[in-house]
Design a protein around this ligand. Structure first.
Ligand code: ADP
Length: 295
């Protein structure tokens, strides 16, 4: 699968430019779309999932054009929006069966079998007879995952993947997605939380203020932050100064004060040791320093 986005713009009725000449290529595997709140991620995801039309620009999915082949694209799409809700009084299994119908799974028996398989996979088999809107938050999220995936989609879009999931459920969710990502599919994880995509995405893009500021591998982003991440052992008085001058990523108490990890352009402090950046460091460095220097 291949998604090709060219010069995409979205201007809302209030003149807000939510997407500004976005270009993006997405290939098979897990793709992370990262950006702060308000960056334009949901706008882009709503356009990709055919829920909204762009102001201008084009999106191609393989040889399909999003503007001309909406039905064809919908039929290979699985979408898990952030605020997935159940308005009906359907039981959990009935809801999934209904989603299977919408995904055009033919044959009642085959559909029922798939419903059972998915209930097992997401750990909801025991509660299959419970009314869907009475499930707990995490369970609802898991049912959302199952309804997005039951039709065997080729493109899967997940908005804010870990919202409402506890740590154990995050791992389960991650495993389900990694299993699927071995096939000819694209999985897009759209999030403002770096941890949602580190260690799972081969490719990522950074959206900021409607503009696509970076696309590449996590390693390529990390490389940009090399030489800009330091660990500082400090006492209480220096700490305020450090907080003011640099972006503080973490603070751990020690016997004598604090062990602080910071990113910044040029770091000059007593007891500062350069450390290797991880994706979170790189994201903060890129957003707070790199872009400012570039502009
Ligand atoms: P994200 O998903 O990254 O948080 P959004 O795509 O939701 O970002 O929003 C991008 C920008 O567009 C924000 O400034 C937001 O306030 C604005 N926006 C989103 N939806 C609408 C809308 N329906 N009408 C006007 N402005 C909108």
């Amino acid at each position: 699968m291949r998604i090709s986005i060219k010069d995409l713009n979205k201007i809302y009725a209030n003149d807000k430019k939510a997407l500004d000449s976005v270009n993006l290529e997405i290939n098979n595997g897990m793709f992370g779309l990262l950006g702060p709140n308000g960056a334009g991620k949901s706008t882009l995801m709503r356009i990709l999932t055919t829920l909204m039309k762009p102001t201008s620009g084009s999106v191609k999915v393989n040889d399909f054009d999003l503007d001309k082949h909406r039905e064809e694209i919908r039929s290979i799409l699985g979408y898990l929006p952030q605020d997935f809700r159940f308005f009906s009084k359907l039981k959990t299994w009935e809801f999934l069966d209904y989603a299977g119908g919408l995904a055009k799974i033919k044959g009642k028996r085959k559909r029922r079998q798939l419903v059972d398989e998915w209930l097992e996979k997401v750990g909801l088999y025991e509660v299959r007879d419970r009314q869907a809107n009475k499930l707990s938050g995490g369970m609802k999220r898991r049912l959302g995952i199952a309804q997005a995936l039951i039709g065997d989609p080729k493109i899967i879009v997940v908005d804010e993947p870990t919202t409402g999931l506890d740590p154990e459920e995050r791992i389960r969710f991650r495993n389900i997605l990694s299993e699927i990502s071995q096939k000819d599919v694209i999985i897009i994880l759209s999030t403002h939380i770096v941890g949602d995509i580190s260690s799972v995405c081969q490719d990522l893009a950074l959206l900021n203020n409607g503009r696509m500021e970076f696309q590449g591998s996590p390693e390529a982003l990390i490389n940009k932050a090399r030489g800009h991440v330091y660990q500082i052992n400090t006492s209480g008085t220096e700490y305020d100064m450090i907080k003011e001058k640099y972006a503080v990523i973490s603070t751990i108490p020690t016997n004598t004060g604090w062990e602080v990890q910071v990113v910044g352009d040029k770091i000059e402090a007593k007891n500062a040791v350069e450390i290797a950046p991880n994706l979170e460091h790189a994201y903060v460095y890129f957003m707070e320093y790199y872009l400012n220097n570039k502009n």
